[in-house]
Design a binder for this molecule. Sequence first.
Ligand SMILES: Cc1cc2nc3c(=O)[nH]c(=O)nc-3n(C[C@H](O)[C@H](O)[C@H](O)COP(=O)(O)OP(=O)(O)OC[C@H]3O[C@@H](n4cnc5c(N)ncnc54)[C@H](O)[C@@H]3O)c2cc1C
Length: 259
Amino acid sequence: MKAAAFDLVRPRTVADALAALADGARPLAGGQSLGPMLNFRLATPERLADIRTLAALRAHAETDDTITWGAAVTHAEVEDGRVPDPTGGTLRAIAGHIAYRAVRNRGTVGGSLAHADPAADWISALTALGGSVRIAGPEGEREEALTGWMSGAFATQLAEGELLLSVTIPRPRPGARLAYRKLCRKEGEFAMAIAAVLDDPARAIRRVVVGATDGAPIIAEGADAGPRAHAAIDAWPGEAWKARLLHVSLDRALGDIAA
Ligand SMILES: Cc1cc2nc3c(=O)[nH]c(=O)nc-3n(C[C@H](O)[C@H](O)[C@H](O)COP(=O)(O)OP(=O)(O)OC[C@H]3O[C@@H](n4cnc5c(N)ncnc54)[C@H](O)[C@@H]3O)c2cc1C
């Protein structure tokens, strides 16, 4: 099937993009999720606003404590080290295992976070790191922690007419480790189970995120975050085989931290 007819606008600034959104346009980033939705007519917007080239969304920045990626930074740019990776390579490796290179060349970090597929990689990895997103809308700009970002499958704190501008990731301190494990049937497919564990002793942070739960990720914090995440998987209402995969991915990620 082909997409229904739509108008395409190419805003040059965030203000122009917000005006287009207020006029009913839907943001188009890499099109790797929206494109198939259009073709299957699961989405039939009358207007799309191509936000891929907006300078504010393409930028990245660093401070002593954080790094920020614009929402339109692509998975391939992370994979290739063209934006800073505060984990010393783990985020690059995660990017390199999202789908395949053609998808990574176009798919964006912001598009992934806005789309909020429960099996997507960035939501779990960046939540474990304590990331937050900056959002612009008709009422101005605001910041949202990723720990509360997803309210369910494909459901986020992003309201109609709002644009995700960037994601900011606190720098783990020296000695910190991020472990990331996902289980897929084969390379390039969405995960069946994800576990991300941040252990940052200098900041007294242990955060566990279990993703691909068919809804919002399971998040546990504190010294006993591992056992509490396992208990949350036991209480999770999904199928037993899938719960088993979630347990296995979590055990592997916790094992990486312990090793
Ligand atoms: C074959 C295939 C395999 C894949 N495998 C994986 C995988 O293993 N892991 C993984 O994580 N992902 C995977 N993906 C998804 C991929 O990562 C996409 O990049 C991602 O889902 C959407 O990003 P995008 O930039 O293409 O967004 P788009 O498809 O352009 O947009 C997606 C949605 O987000 C909205 N949106 C986009 N940007 C913004 C913004 N800045 N502000 C507000 N709303 C916005 C759009 O309006 C739309 O509703 C796969 C995709 C394909 C096609």
